[in-house]
Design a protein around this ligand. Sequence first.
Ligand SMILES: O=C(O)CCC(=O)C(=O)O
Length: 284
Amino acid sequence: MSIDDEPVTTLDDLKSDLAGRHKWTPSGGAAVDPAIVDADMAALDRDGYVIWENLLGADECEQIRETVGPMLSHTGRNSFEGRRTQRIYSVLSRTRVCDRLVDHPRVLAVLDRLLMPNYLLSALQAINIQPGESPQLPHHDDGFYPIPRPRDPLAAATIWAIDDFTADNGATVVLPGSHRWGRRPPGPDDPAVPVVMPAGSCVLFVGTLWHGGGANTTADARLAITAQYCQPWLRPMEAYTLSMPRDAARTVSDDIQRMIGYSIHPPFVGNVDGLHPLRLLEQP
Ligand SMILES: O=C(O)CCC(=O)C(=O)O
């Protein structure tokens, strides 16, 4: 390109991809049949959530359980984390075994429509709800961004069942349609539905949907992996560019690199010293 080729003549031009070496590329979600994504989006629009059964095989759930299980230790520090719930934060910086959940094509295909290009991974946690746990306080996941409702979601979450989710072992409880509510919290008359699904299944819901972990009145724990995603112009909950060593960041997929901050929200958000952050991964 010659120095006289001017790519920016209006402010709208600043919203385009100005990167030279590291242009935006389609996500792995592009491989999903658009008719399937249309149906997922219709469910999200109507209910605020969509359930996909059996996306993982029993062997994949077992591999996750074997890897994550030994990392589970202390229980929550308050009733929101869950006094009888074990959590592992920043799973992405500890193991590669959940990567296939984070960049699963069905998930990315929906996020590609729901959020802006270069959306970010906000959190990747394991949540093990133990016997005796009480229901978690209902909440919506983008509630800590101080932008009043009703509004479009600023984020989305997946919860992957590694154990079967049943009505009494702590299955996530959702309030269908609550993503459209204004400022009001749930009341006793609002229908709440446990997300009953077999191990290997996933529920994806928008950041405005009211939900919470369920009570576990059984004798067995309920293990789940949750990945949360947010708009590329928001601060994610977990700071992966701090927690993931660069050598580890080099080993993850292009989609995950993009989602952990090796990407730009045009024109400048996320730059490193004026350059695209992927240049850091090119350096030895
Ligand atoms: O574990 C669950 O089913 C839901 C947990 C949750 O919503 C949360 O901790 O924010």
